[in-house]
Design a protein around this ligand. Structure first.
Ligand code: ZN
Length: 128
């Protein structure tokens, strides 16, 4: 059965959950991590282990839609501005800017500007 769900219109971001990135600005400059979530509307992303903030909580409080079972200090990753990170190319291992190309099939792809290798994204999940 065919289902044509309309694609949500959103800004085209180069990064998707699961991509390896390096932080190029801010207090976590130089740190590498994996993209956990993207927030295209805010032009922000959440990177694993980067921009950790401590949140003081009391047991039973609701914070950010999550019921806190245990009180205390909780580390959490705060969203970073999208422009503060760069993709790390798996082919040459260097942080890189990417170039968009359109394949003959019409699909879009990313190409590393350092080594010219297309960046193949391994999508773990479709949802964020
Ligand atoms: Zn490369």
């Amino acid at each position: 059965m065919l289902r044509n769900k309309p694609e949500p219109t959103r800004r085209w971001l180069d990064l998707a959950p699961g991509d390896p990135v390096i932080v190029i600005a801010g207090k976590d400059k130089g740190k590498q991590g994996e993209v956990l979530r993207t927030l295209p509307d805010q032009h922000k992303i959440v990177v694993k282990g980067v921009n950790l903030l401590k949140r003081h909580t009391k047991a039973g409080q609701r914070r950010g839609g999550v019921q806190v079972a245990q009180g205390g200090i909780v580390d959490f990753e705060a969203p970073l501005d999208y422009s503060n990170v760069m993709l790390v190319c798996p082919s040459c291992g260097r942080p890189t800017r990417t170039k968009h190309i359109v394949l003959e099939s019409g699909a879009r792809a990313l190409v590393c500007r350092n080594c010219g290798e297309p960046y193949e994204r391994v999508r773990k999940t479709e949802a964020q």
